[in-house]
Design a protein around this ligand. Structure first.
Ligand SMILES: C[S@@+](CC[C@H](N)C(=O)[O-])C[C@H]1O[C@@H](n2cnc3c(N)ncnc32)[C@H](O)[C@@H]1O
Length: 271
């Protein structure tokens, strides 16, 4: 920050105190971030006021850290969660040179951006239904060579992708409608319901993704869906019913669960 008050440690202490009084659990980290990102005293003051009012830190500074990368975010989008780094790790373990990767419900494109940055030479497509998410995803993904589409699940994708997708990732909304009101205010108030609400059992979008996945996956393709530990048995059932054979990967550190579905060889052979 330029033009800061003369005693930097007093500035830090005062910002920390204001954030802590507003209920920010990680007040020191957040203060450091705001001070680093503000370009003037006036901007810092504006940022503190926004944070005290409850605006998510990532929206204030305009980016979220995800897998060690700055992912650009704008108001009205779902902020990528640390937990989803596990989905990236599971996908990365399956990516081969030249693989075709599709990230559905891509949000701001965090998953695709990391996969593109770490696996040069893959063909990456991403799609989301929300205009704000698509705008951010284009900024995060297109400079790295990926392509972002706007629309309902598979609907905006080019027909030529059918049967070619080697890795299909999805962190789709999976919160049951009745549980949205129990979410932290930063999600409830600042992330649009469409980014969170997965219908009565939370898994409506997962069902739609899985049902159509065999039409888009290559014969050795995999579908990787983030879900919760509690919902994972139903996610498994959904993928099995769509004709995929499943395994479940779990990270207790990140409290993350990913169900991985593979095309069954009998089904792949007949398609
Ligand atoms: C939980 S957020 C996850 C975003 C991103 N995958 C991530 O991990 O950061 C779910 C995303 O699904 C998108 N979405 C919801 N319904 C959709 C649909 N029918 N078609 C495409 N995207 C959808 C929302 O706009 C939101 O960006």
């Amino acid at each position: 920050m330029t033009g800061a008050a003369s005693d930097p440690s007093a500035v830090v202490a005062s910002v920390v105190a204001r954030l802590r009084a507003a209920g920010c659990v990680f007040a020191e980290d957040e203060a450091a971030m705001l001070i680093a990102e503000a370009s003037s005293v006036e901007e810092l003051e504006r940022m503190i006021e926004q944070r005290v009012d409850g605006l998510p830190l990532e929206i204030i500074v305009g980016f979220a850290m995800f897998y060690g990368r700055r992912i650009l975010v704008e108001p009205g989008v779902f902020v990528p969660r640390r937990r989803t780094e596990f989905l990236v790790e599971q996908a990365a373990a399956l990516v081969t040179p030249g693989a075709v990767v599709l990230d559905l419900c891509c949000g701001v494109g965090a998953v695709g951006a990391v996969l593109l940055a770490t696996h040069r030479g893959i063909e990456l497509y991403a799609a989301d239904i929300e205009a704000a998410a698509v705008r951010s995803a284009r900024r995060n993904i297109e400079p790295l060579g990926g392509t972002v589409f706007e629309g309902d699940l598979y609907q905006p994708l080019p027909a030529g992708l059918r049967g070619r997708v080697d890795i299909l990732t999805a962190n789709a909304p999976y919160v049951p409608t009745a549980e949205i009101r129990l979410m932290p205010p930063e999600a409830r108030l600042y992330e649009p319901p469409i980014t969170l609400d997965g219908g009565s059992d939370g898994l409506d979008i997962q069902r739609r993704i899985a049902d159509d996945a065999p039409n888009w996956l290559s014969p050795r393709g995999r579908l990787l869906i983030e879900t919760s530990e509690r919902q994972s048995p139903i996610t498994v059932e959904i993928l099995e019913r769509a004709g995929l054979s499943t395994t479940v990967a779990r990270s207790d550190d990140l409290d993350a669960t990913v169900v991985i579905g593979a095309m069954r060889l009998d089904r792949a052979a007949s398609s």
